[in-house]
Design a protein around this ligand. Sequence first.
Ligand code: FMN
Length: 224
Amino acid sequence: MTESLVVGSIRDLLRGLAVFDTELPEFDVDAAPSDPVALFVEWLTSAVEAGVREPHAMSLATADAEGRPSSRVLICKDLAPDGTWYFATGAGSRKGRELAATPYAALCFHWPEQGRQIRVRGAAGPADAERGAADFLARSPGARADALTGRQSQVLDDPADLDAALRAAHAAIEADPGVVAPGWTVYGVRADEVEFWQADRDRRHTRLRYTRQDDAWARHRLWP
Ligand SMILES: Cc1cc2nc3c(=O)[nH]c(=O)nc-3n(C[C@H](O)[C@H](O)[C@H](O)COP(=O)(O)O)c2cc1C
């Protein structure tokens, strides 16, 4: 098969895939609350009730010191009334290092079953160590052992090294169930913008952006 045939068939495959091909909820912007946290909770509750898979999974985009972006999927761990979204990870990971260099991040939730997307953007940084420890200790033993290896995002030369590190981590947890991985960190993204996006099957999509202004939020509809 030539390269152009492969590329051509991929193009056809992509073009043939459906999008927004389901019953979609309404989004009445005029009835939207003045606070994006309230609307997020409303949409999250509706996503859970609608059976959206892993609605707490979100992409996290960070940038290195040169402004070069990278993104990955994480679990959202918490949301505070002041408009801070939380996740947990290792400070030594690529994202941890990028956040140390450039303390800003963007999050994106995508709930395809409802044609919904929520984008969050703001200053990002570590929460206090107690919060990181509490998150760590609430993890399953397997997840704690995984984090305790402390080498996320490093090159793994030999899978046997991972097996050995996991065995050592499980032994450390058994010896001291209160042990906490030193780099395990809860990070918060304090939103200065939150956008709610609702797909429409006729492509008249609805967008509402909240922008932080001192102690209140400004609301604007956006062109789709
Ligand atoms: C659904 C899903 C949830 C994930 N949740 C987390 C998480 O909460 N924390 C984490 O460190 N990695 C999580 N990961 C793995 C990350 O996507 C990523 O591979 C890892 O954190 C390393 O990223 P980095 O090299 O950019 O730092 C998750 C992956 C998926 C697909």
